[in-house]
Design a protein around this ligand. Sequence first.
Ligand SMILES: Nc1ncnc2c1ncn2[C@@H]1O[C@H](COP(=O)(O)OP(=O)(O)OP(=O)(O)O)[C@@H](O)[C@H]1O
Ligand SMILES: [Mg+2]
Length: 211
Amino acid sequence: MPVICVASAKGGVGKTTLAVNLAALAADDNANALIIDLDPQRSAADWRTVRTAGRPLPRVAAATVDQLPELLAAAKAEGLNLVVLDTPPHATGEIFEAARLSDLVLIPVRPAVLDLRSAGRTLDGVAAMGKPYAVVLNACPTTGRGEAGVVRESREALAPHPVAPVALTQRAALQHAMIDGRAVHEYEPGGKAAAEMRDLYTWTRGKLTKW
Ligand SMILES: Nc1ncnc2c1ncn2[C@@H]1O[C@H](COP(=O)(O)OP(=O)(O)OP(=O)(O)O)[C@@H](O)[C@H]1O
Ligand SMILES: [Mg+2]
């Protein structure tokens, strides 16, 4: 049962967006997926509460980091296929503890200089654990075709930290989908945001050996 931790000490970078969309795609892929919401803001749990009836998965459990070892053991005993951890901002100790209990850490970062700088501490801390991790560049500017210059520059600035090959563009569909607890592939299945999220899901799944 792989555990993905979506983490960043910076607020508003897309942790919850990433966590709920990846878990919902996994559920679509026949995985019995659980999101553990470790953020007292409870955004992922709220997303689940308003989720349209008839969409049972993924489940969301609200918890504190102290409860995590026990919850993960219970999830494994229950035979769940995937756990995604949504973590709070501004809580470095909790973020690192959650990362330590995970198999893969995804760190969303917006491609702007202040965001790149402030991601440094999370990135260095996770890198020091020797655990698989990657930056996911999120809310990138749209371009007619190909990758925006700022995305290329961000990849260079983040080196040697690994950066997922799939970057997520700033798209209103990602915000609209959250209103009634949908994932973007459920809100606009043929849209570009859904296509990017699916590509990110496929790449993420390929990084996990215990699936
Ligand atoms: N790629 C994107 N395109 C458009 N809007 C986005 C994108 N990613 C995130 N957002 C929006 O940005 C806001 C912050 O996203 P989100 O709540 O996922 O971040 P977060 O890191 O979980 O925040 P917090 O640190 O407060 O928990 C939300 O309104 C979300 O809908
Ligand atoms: Mg959040």
